[in-house]
Design a protein. Structure first.
Lengths: 172, 319
């Protein structure tokens, strides 16, 4: 494991604060807001965002394993978690939260899954870091940082026991 | 012996029996099933995992519950499902089993769900597919003769885990016609692999097979003794259609000695659960008061069965 990108190391806590600020400002006056985190990094971020925005009863989690487009090549991932959407998706303004935005395929899968719960009024995408490399026409509405990573590198969010976030670059 | 269930990477590509399955694979199936359970509560009860795949339900023997739950499971995975009632078609015209399989494979089948009265039929089909280089077609055993009913065994494991959380401190009693029961065999293999310390078999001598002790099972011929302090009771159906000769005096006689009544249930732990793979014969192996009572989890078993079958199908289809 090493950090090679010039903009690294990334201060995940500072990035989170920036993202939370943007989300708060962006949701002014928006009704029926709900927060949905994509397992696992996005779920941690969503949990903290929901607490900060006092939306704990409007918090959900999504595992996109059943909606991935690489099932035929890779099969089912062994660590599938149940998706939990406890609020009514119909008419909701959903902030979809992921840690790292890359190809956009995970976002696509998550949007498809959300529609199987109902028809949301709108979906907004919040991501901590955009690392480029998009393969679908998807962009974040709320974003804390943009970096460039090589194809064989990936960015991983970790959550410590005290709840603090950190980001590391991992070589494949 | 060749284990055609696993591919060269040790992943599950067919499900033929629980016997010999690594604990990690069983646990993975149960974990995956728990993610599928909640899909039944959604607006759209489908996921797109097996979109465009064709699943053939090949039922060479009658079944309602198993066939229906496999059909629902296929549909909830977005697969196209084709039900073949074989007893009424090719087989009666003299076509061999493997010719039927080759013809259906030529129709671009992706999966066969097979129920057969002959033990080993799904194994034969899986081996044939491997030998003829058609390994992309998967086989799921939906019950073969007296041999195995792995998805029922797995849904029983799921049910036990749901209510009891941990396998390693349980006493589980399997009661009744174990001789003819593929469910009992699959349950015993599942329970021992998952670490259940005490599995009991309760039944008359004529309905218990030899070799249960070698499978690590404690045998009881007295219902009252066998039920003492158990956490889980798995009742089996008296399989009249598979019985030849006079194994039992009568169904009434059986109920008198081995029917699960409220009085007998009281001998088990107070929080014991009562399971039954169905179809139930009320008044033969189980009293209505127990079947409809608060300790029965027979209908949840059916619901969990859909999620477990979705898990099995999506795991094998991906390997």
């Amino acid at each position: 494991m090493s950090t090679t990108n010039p903009s690294l190391p990334l201060d995940a806590e500072a990035l989170y604060a920036r993202l939370a600020q943007q989300v708060k400002a962006g949701l002014q006056g928006v009704e029926q807001v709900a927060i949905v985190g994509i397992h696992s990094g996005g779920a941690w971020l969503a949990e903290r965002l929901a607490k900060e925005l006092q939306l704990n009863d409007r918090l959900g989690f999504i595992d996109v394993s059943f909606y991935r487009d690489d099932f035929a090549e890779k099969g089912l991932r062994p660590d599938v978690k149940p998706s939990q959407i406890g609020f009514d998706v119909e008419g909701a303004a959903i902030v979809l939260v992921d840690d790292v935005l890359y190809t956009g395929r995970t976002t696509r899968a998550a949007i498809n899954e959300l529609f199987d719960y109902g028809r949301p009024a709108r979906i907004l995408l919040a991501a901590l870091v955009d690392r480029g490399g998009r393969e679908l026409p998807i962009a974040a509405d709320f974003l804390a940082e943009t970096i460039v990573l090589a194809d064989d590198q990936s960015l991983q969010l970790q959550r410590a026991d005290d709840g603090r976030f950190s980001l590391t670059v991992v070589h494949a | 012996m060749l284990n055609p269930q696993l591919n060269k990477n040790g992943e599950l590509q067919h499900l033929l029996t629980i016997e010999g399955l690594p604990k990690a694979i069983i646990t993975n199936i149960l974990d995956t099933a728990s993610s599928f359970v909640s899909i039944g509560d959604r607006e759209v009860k489908k996921v797109p995992l097996m979109r465009g795949k064709s699943v053939f339900n090949l039922f060479f023997e009658n079944s309602t519950r198993t066939r229906t739950t496999f059909e629902i499971a296929s549909k909830r995975l977005s697969a196209d499902v084709i039900n073949l009632n074989i007893s009424a078609s090719s087989a009666s015209k003299g076509e061999s089993l493997l010719d039927t399989i080759d013809n259906l494979a030529a129709m671009h089948a992706d999966m066969f769900v097979v129920r057969h009265s002959q033990s080993g039929a799904p194994y034969l089909i899986a081996k044939h597919l491997i030998d003829t280089k058609q390994s992309h077609v998967h086989v799921v055993n939906a019950g073969d003769g007296r041999h195995a009913h792995p998805t029922q065994g797995l849904l029983d494991m799921y049910t036990i885990r749901h209510y009891k959380k941990d396998f390693t401190n349980l006493r589980v009693a399997i009661v009744g016609d174990i001789l003819h029961s593929r469910v009992a065999r699959s349950d015993i293999h599942g329970l021992t692999t998952l670490g259940v310390p005490e599995v009991r078999a309760i039944g008359p001598r004529t309905l218990l097979p030899n070799g249960l002790e070698q499978m690590g099972v404690r045998v009881f011929h007295n219902m009252e003794e066998g039920l003492k302090d158990v956490d889980v009771i798995i009742m089996l159906r008296l399989q009249n259609e598979r019985m030849s000769g006079a194994l039992l005096p009568s169904a009434q006689e059986f109920f008198k000695s081995y029917g699960l009544t409220p009085e007998r249930l009281a001998l088990a732990k107070p929080d014991a659960i009562v399971m039954h793979p169905g179809p139930m014969n009320r008044g033969v192996e189980i009293d209505s008061a127990v079947a409809d009572g608060s300790q029965a989890v027979i209908l949840p078993q059916v619901t969990f069965g859909i999620a477990v079958r979705m898990a099995v199908m999506s795991i094998v289809a991906g390997n």
